[in-house]
Write a protein of this length. Sequence first.
Length: 329
Amino acid sequence: LLHYTLSPWMTCFAQTWQIHRKRHAWPPLFFVIAAFLQVLAFFDCPEFLLPRVFQRSFGSFPAPTRRSQRYWRSLRRSSGEGEDGSEDAFVDPGEGHAHACTLIYLHGYTRTGEEYLPNSTLGFCMPWCSGGDRAEGLRVVLPTAKPLMQPWGECETSWYSYAEWWHNRVGNPETLAATRKRLGDVVRREVARLQGDGRRVFLGGASQGCTVALDMYLRLASSLRLGGFVGSIGFLPSDSKGFPGSNRALYTLLKDAEQVTRPVWLQCAVDDKYDVPWNSVVQPSLKRCEGRLPGLVLREVYGRGHHIEEWEAHVVNDFLREHAPDAYN
C-alpha cells in the first residue's frame, strides 16, 4: 500500500523540488499533473498513458503492450473448443479451400490467443483475417497461456513466471516446463493433422510468445522437420535466461545441414529500451548464431518502441507469402 501510494508522489516531489530550485518553476502545477496520473493508474488505464517514471513507480513489467487484462477482457471473442477437445482458439482454412499449412502463433504477456481472432483487438491484417491478405489455405492455432502469479503479486496470462518485473529471465522453471509440454503436444498434433509433413507447420509469436515459440522451434525443428519460424519483439532463448536445454537445442539445429536453412524471421524493435531491449537483450542473444544460421532474417523496425501494432501482421504476411505460397492459391 505504501509503495503504490507514496512512491509516485515522492518521485514527483523530488523532481519538482529539483526543478523549482534550478529553474524557479511553479511546483503546484507538477503536483496537479501527478494527481492526474495517480488517478489514471488507480483505474488501471493503459500503460501508454503513463510516462515511464510513473510506470517504474507502479511496477513496469516485461510484457508486450502491457495494457490491463481487465481493460481488454470485454473485447475478447471466444472460439469454443477445438475438435480435439483443446481450448485453443483457431481459424480453419476458408470454406472450399484445402488445408495447405498451419501456423501456431503465441500471444504476449497478459494477452490471449482469442485477441488474434478476426475482428478482435490484435487481428489487424493477419493472414487468417478477412481481406486482401487472407491466406485461404492457412489454419492458425492460437493457444492461450494459463494465468500465473508473478513475484510482484500480479496474476495474468503468461507462458512462464518471471524472476523479477524488470528482467525477462524465467523465474520458476516449472512454469516453463509445463508450457513446453503443452505446446509440444500442440505442435505434434498439428503435424499429425498434415499427415506428418512438418514442413507445412510453422511457429511464431509476439514478445514473450515470440521467445517461447522460438524456444519450441529450436527444440522440435530437427525432429519434426518444421517449416520455419516468424516472430516479433522477442529474443533468442538461452540457458542463462532460464530456458534450460535451449543452448543444446540451438547447437543441434546448427549442425542439421537441411534444417538450418529453413527460414527463421525475427522482427526487432531497435528502439525498444524497456520491455525487450534491443541493445541489452535481443542483440546479445543473437550473437550465438551470428553467421551460422543461414535461414535467419532480421527485420529491424524503429519508431514505436515495443508497441509495433500492425507491423506484427506485416511480417507474418510477408513470411507466409514467401515460404507458404500454396496457402494463398
